[in-house]
Write a protein that binds this ligand. Structure first.
Ligand code: GLU
Length: 424
């Protein structure tokens, strides 16, 4: 059912509400029958675990964690695990559903899942993080596996976290199972190109969108919010390709140079100073203002709900490439559409990560590894054809790009469910 009354701020920023609203819009346009809507609207499985862990000072703390499998209709559940203080079941549910749609948009044989642990990773030691990760893995062990559910890194988790999960799982199985997670270190069955994949995917789809505006990298001004795995990599790769990165924003501030920032020097500055702010070759600006700068491409690659009904009408970018999951609220969608901002929706824009995760899973299962060039060429092909699928669909059916992406994805997943039939 579509939301009828004007949604409250809480509803606007509730990720499950956002996901449900987009789902409803696409389901309505596809004229999906009621039964199928019921199947696809709810996650297939939700698991909550309370994880007791001994802290470094000897105290016992209990952390709550989740793993949600939204759908396994097209293959094993796939999706990251995040560690953050504001993780909630609603958020993990929404993110799991987004993974189902994302994998379907790029047409890889996975369903969608997501996990999270409520904790403040910056206040925990390496040893505490390892113990949380291993105990969390042990608690969800029965539900994951190369054929069942394949986790990966997400906010505040990384290749080391994946190595601990892989090891814990393997110790229980009594043999090494590399394909249980992706985003692993290279020497433990990881894939070349995986660390860059999400940022590279963003660049590939942005370049496709730029053709519509007659833009070339040299005359394209980019603003990137987030300087981590996604934003940092997108900024680096785009600056290497000749784009002008005029602003980078992080949680503690933003730096602006209308002539373009030297991204390698900025990385160096942050390593030395612990912050991007105070970069000598740029001006410090307010981080919230960075989203409103006059630019050609805006890449929100930090977190959810940064473009809302409160600021969408002030966005000046021509192209919005959603590097993060859920950076735009559903109320902001129509405002951006009115302003004719070309939106590359998250489930397409940041799908490069899960696409190379798929390559990693394939390589692990074959025990045969590809060169970086092979990985990048295949990523290029998938991102470009998915972009054309989504934008072609949007043009043909005169719907928003995001609606087109959802319609394409829902249709693929619904088709799989229909062909399988319901087991009873
Ligand atoms: N966490 C990433 C995402 O949201 C990657 C997921 C994966 O590779 O499974 O797409």
């Amino acid at each position: 059912m579509l939301l009828e009354a004007t949604p409250s701020v809480e509803q606007e920023i509730n990720p499950w509400e956002s996901a449900a609203h987009r789902f409803d819009e696409a389901a309505e346009r596809l004229k999906l029958d009621d039964g199928m809507r019921k199947v696809l609207r709810q996650p297939a499985m939700e698991l909550t675990v309370n994880i007791p862990v001994v802290l470094d000072d000897g105290r016992i703390e209990v952390f709550t964690g989740y793993r949600v499998q939204h759908s396994i209709a097209r293959g094993p559940a796939k999706g990251g695990i995040r560690f953050a203080p504001d993780v909630s079941l609603d958020e993990v549910r929404a993110l799991a559903a987004w993974m189902t749609w994302k994998c379907a948009v790029v047409n890889i044989p996975f369903g969608g899942g997501k996990g999270g642990v409520i904790c403040e990773p910056h206040l925990l030691s390496e040893g505490e993080l390892e113990r949380i990760t291993r105990r969390y893995t042990a608690e969800i062990l029965e539900f994951i596996g190369p054929e069942r559910d394949v986790p990966a890194p997400d906010v505040n988790t990384n290749a080391q976290t994946m190595a601990w999960i892989m090891d814990t799982y393997s110790m229980h199985k009594r043999h090494t199972v590399t394909a249980v997670v992706t985003g692993k270190p290279l020497e433990l069955g990881g894939s070349l190109g995986r660390p860059e994949a999400t940022g590279r995917g963003c660049m590939i789809v942005t370049m496709e969108a730029m053709r519509r505006f007659g833009l070339t990298p040299e005359n394209t001004r980019v603003v990137v919010q987030g300087f981590g795995n996604v934003g940092g990599m997108a900024a680096r790769l785009m600056s290497q390709s000749g784009f002008k990165i005029i602003c980078v924003a992080e949680y503690d501030g933003a730096v602006y140079n209308p002539h373009g920032l030297d991204i390698d020097a900025l990385v160096q500055h942050r390593t030395e100073m612990g912050s991007i702010t105070g970069f000598p070759e740029a001006e410090d600006i307010d981080k919230d203002d960075s989203l409103l700068l006059d630019c050609d491409v805006l890449i929100p690659a930090a977190h959810e709900n940064v473009i809302t009904s409160a600021n969408a009408d002030r966005i000046r970018a021509k192209i919005l490439c959603e590097g993060a999951n859920g950076p735009t609220t559903f109320l902001a969608d129509s405002i951006l559409a009115e302003k004719k901002v070309f939106v590359i929706p998250d489930i397409l824009a940041n799908a490069g990560g899960v696409t190379v995760s798929y390559f990693e899973w394939v390589q692990d299962r074959q025990g045969y590894f590809w060169t970086e060039a092979e990985v990048n060429t295949r990523l290029d092909q998938i991102m470009i054809s998915s972009f054309n699928d989504v934008i072609g669909y949007a043009d043909k059916h005169a719907v928003k790009n995001r609606t087109a992406a959802y319609m394409l994805a829902l249709d693929r997943v619904a088709f799989a469910i229909k062909r399988r039939g319901l087991y009873a």
